[in-house]
Design a protein around this ligand. Structure first.
Ligand code: FPP
Length: 253
C-alpha cells in the first residue's frame, strides 16, 4: 500500500509536541538500492543518499527529544554483497564523521556502536572509535551505529561472556535475571535506553532481519513504504504521531 493509500484509508495522525515520544528509536534503513535504481543511478548513490538521510534524521530526532537512535548501517549478512558495494559501505562512516562531526559536537550527540568492531577495515574501525571517544562526554541524544551487527550473534556473544563469568565463579546461574543478561549485550552501552521503544523499517519490507532481537521484545513497529533516502523529517514526524496514538501494555491490560 502506498503512503497516499494509507492516508486515504485511515485517519492521518499529526505529531504533537505535548505528547510523549519514544526514548529509543531503532531504524532499519532499507531501500537505498531500489531508490538509486529507480533514478538510473548506481546502488552506491543510494547508499550515499542514505548516509545524508542519517544526518537529517539524527538532527531531527535530537530536536524531537529522542534519547537514543540506533541505525542499522551494516549487518553480519551484508558481507555477502559484491565486494565493491561492501567497500563503498565501509568507507561511508569516514565521510559521515568527516562531514557531520562539527554538528554532532555542537548538538551534544554521543556516538556509540554495536557490532563486531574487530572485523571492520582498519580505517573504518579507527574513525568509528575516534567518534565514540570524542563524543563520550556529550550528554544529548545517543546516535548508535549497528555496524557488522547481527542480533543472534549478539545474544551468543553475551551467552559466551556470561558462561565465562560463571565458570570463573563471578556469577551464580540460579540467581541470574534478565537485567543481568542485558549487561552482557552490546547495547549495554545505551544504559537506561537499551530496549527499543519504536522500531521503524523503510521501503515496504515488513521483517526484522536479525536486528536487535532481544531489545525489540516490547517495541512498537512501524513500516513505511518510503525508501530510506526519501524518509525525511515529515515522514519521521508521521511515524512519531502514530506512536503517540499507540497504547503500550507490555503484556498487561
Ligand atoms: C539497505 O538497503 C541498506 C543497507 C544495507 C545499508 C544502509 C546504510 C546506509 C543508509 C548508510 C549509512 C551509513 C553511515 C555511516 C551513516 P538496500 O541496499 O538493501 O536496498 P534495496 O533493498 O533497495 O536493494
Amino acid at each position: 500500500m502506498s503512503d497516499q493509500e494509507r492516508e486515504d484509508n485511515q485517519e492521518v495522525y499529526h505529531f504533537s509536541p505535548d505528547e510523549s515520544v519514544p526514548n529509543h528509536v531503532a531504524i532499519i534503513m532499507d531501500g537505498n538500492g531500489r531508490w538509486a535504481k529507480n533514478r538510473g543511478f548506481k546502488r552506491s548513490a543510494g547508499h550515499r543518499a542514505g548516509m545524508d538521510q542519517v544526518k537529517i534524521i539524527a538532527r531531527h530526532a535530537n530536536k524531537r527529544g529522542i534519547k537514543a537512535l540506533t541505525v542499522y548501517a551494516f549487518s553480519t549478512e551484508n558481507w555477502k554483497r559484491p565486494l565493491d558495494e561492501v567497500n563503498y559501505l565501509m568507507q561511508l562512516p569516514i565521510e559521515f564523521f568527516d562531514e557531520f562531526m562539527p554538528e554532532i559536537m555542537e548538538a551534544g550527540i554521543r556516538v556509540t556502536m554495536i557490532g563486531l568492531h574487530e572485523k571492520l577495515p582498519r580505517k573504518t574501525k579507527k574513525v568509528m572509535e575516534r567518534a565514540i571517544k570524542e563524543t563520550a562526554h556529550n550528554t544529548g541524544m545517543i546516535l548508535n551505529f549497528a555496524v557488522n551487527y547481527g542480533g543472534r550473534n549478539e545474544i551468543v556473544e553475551a551467552a559466551k561472556a556470561m558462561a565465562e563469568d560463571i565458570s570463573a565463579g563471578k556469577l551464580k546461574p540460579q540467581k541470574l535475571t534478565e537485567e543481568d543478561f542485558e549487561d552482557y549485550l552490546m547495547t549495554s552501552v545505551l544504559g537506561a535506553y537499551q530496549n527499543v521503544d519504536y522500531m521503524i523499517r523503510t521501503s515496504g519490507e515488513e521483517r526484522i532481519s536479525n536486528f536487535m532481537l532481544w531489545q525489540n521484545a516490547y517495541s512498537e513497529f512501524y513500516f513505511s513504504s518510503l525508501a530510506w533516502p526519501d524518509f525525511d523529517e515529515k515522514a519521521f514526524d508521521e511515524a512519531l504521531a502514530v506512536y503517540q496514538k499507540r497504547q503500550r501494555r507490555f503484556g498487561g491490560l
